[in-house]
Design a protein around this ligand. Structure first.
Ligand SMILES: Cc1cc2nc3c(=O)[nH]c(=O)nc-3n(C[C@H](O)[C@H](O)[C@H](O)COP(=O)(O)O)c2cc1C
Length: 367
């Protein structure tokens, strides 16, 4: 019996397993590999300048004729976050103090400053996100996913282009909001997830979002790493699953080899939630950089200011392949990842595992 839900018909895919958009890491090669294998690959375009995003979309189309998606972040919530906690000195005023903290950290760790990569940089401003959205609309991609915020203002134009629209949420009230805006599917992403996530655990979040979503299909996300997790999401009422971290340990993922190895080496206890990289709470592998803020009892700056503090440190650490400083974002399921494999093999194993788990669950029903 094949793993199949109504979500497969809606999105034109064979198995209801999506490669999550992971900023900079889910590139055209990984997306095409997942889509060609029967799932749905989603480009992690959050930090792609508009021209690069267009190139990524076109490159993906060269690599697959199957449906795929684009994931970006949307401006309103980012802007709000940036100006939260307005009392006391502004983030701009506090920036020099934080930059000094970062310089001291680099010195102590023997990190050598690296020049910023050439070309336009992600500015994480309202205009940046708006320009990205113009590219998404113009290119008429099969699927658009808002990783943060409400895609409402763009839905009509996207639907005119035949683009299905999804939104990632971490709370029932957000699910209600994006459902009212007219999205086609909702991703319920819980606290177990890698990257920016919800305070609510995956197991508790999925069924509550499913209840709030009514007829809209829901995908479960956060810590789902093998077929058992996908089966569990379906048991909780989801019609599919949105998986990130497990696809980082693949040949096609755009991630340094030392970071792929850090995922394989990790256990279920290796991650933490920290604001030390982007300024928003994000799950990542615990490191000397996350610990430095804990030890100094220093609250990171809000998004987007914290990136100005963390990027020089992480760029230097990445150049020196320092897994102890910059291992990367990842979810709590990475303890299950044992090796670096081709993405199609990972997808097939997960789909088969889900089929086995669902069949086994049925056997729990005694006569
Ligand atoms: C390395 C990494 C980068 C991520 N970047 C983004 C992003 O740019 N946009 C987004 O919507 N979600 C991002 N996420 C979250 C994923 O889309 C997804 O919700 C999450 O990976 C699911 O949890 P899992 O990692 O436990 O599978 C990222 C996650 C990881 C691990």
């Amino acid at each position: 019996m094949a793993l199949r839900t109504p979500l497969c018909d809606l999105f034109g895919i064979d198995v209801p397993i999506f490669l999550a958009g992971m900023g900079g890491h889910s590139g055209p090669e990984l997306v095409a590999a997942v889509s060609n294998a029967g799932g749905l690959g989603v480009l992690g375009a959050a930090v792609c300048p508009p021209d690069m995003l267009r190139d990524w979309i076109r490159r993906t189309r060269e690599l697959t004729d199957k449906p795929f998606g684009v994931d970006t972040l949307l401006p309103a919530s980012v802007r709000r976050e940036a100006y939260k906690g307005a009392s006391g000195p502004s983030p701009q005023e506090r920036l020099p103090e934080y930059l000094a903290f970062a310089r001291e950290f680099m010195e102590k760790e023997g990190l050598v400053a690296q020049p910023a990569p050439p070309g336009p940089r992600a500015s994480l401003t309202k205009d940046f996100f708006l320009e990205q959205m113009e590219v998404v609309v113009e290119e008429g991609v099969p699927v658009y996913a808002a990783g943060l915020g409400d895609p409402g203002p763009w839905i009509e134009r996207l639907h005119e282009k035949g683009t299905l629209v999804m939104a990632v949420v971490g709370a029932v009230r957000h699910a209600r909001k994006v459902a009212a805006s007219g999205v086609d599917a909702i991703v319920a992403q819980g606290h177990d997830a890698g990257g920016h996530n919800s305070p609510v655990g995956t197991m508790a979040l999925i069924p509550q979002v499913v209840d709030a979503a009514g007829d809209l299909p829901v995908l479960g996300a956060g810590g789902i790493t093998d077929g058992r997790g996908v089966a569990a999401a379906l048991m909780l009422g989801a019609q599919g699953a949105w998986l990130g971290s497990v696809f980082l340990a693949t040949h096609e993922a755009r991630l340094a080899e030392y970071q792929k190895k850090a995922i394989v080496d990790a256990t279920e206890e290796s991650t933490t939630v920290s604001r030390s990289v982007t300024g928003k709470p994000a799950r990542l592998i615990r490191s000397k950089w996350t610990q430095a803020f804990v030890d100094a009892e220093l609250e990171p700056l809000p998004m987007p200011f914290q990136s100005a503090v963390s990027m020089p440190v992480l760029r230097a650490a990445q150049a020196q392949e320092r897994a102890d400083v910059a291992p990367g974002f990842a979810g709590q399921g990475i303890g299950m990842v044992q090796s670096i494999r081709p993405a199609a093999e990972v997808l097939d194993a997960i789909a088969e595992g889900a089929e086995r788990a669902l069949a086994a669950a049925a056997r729990h029903l005694g006569s």
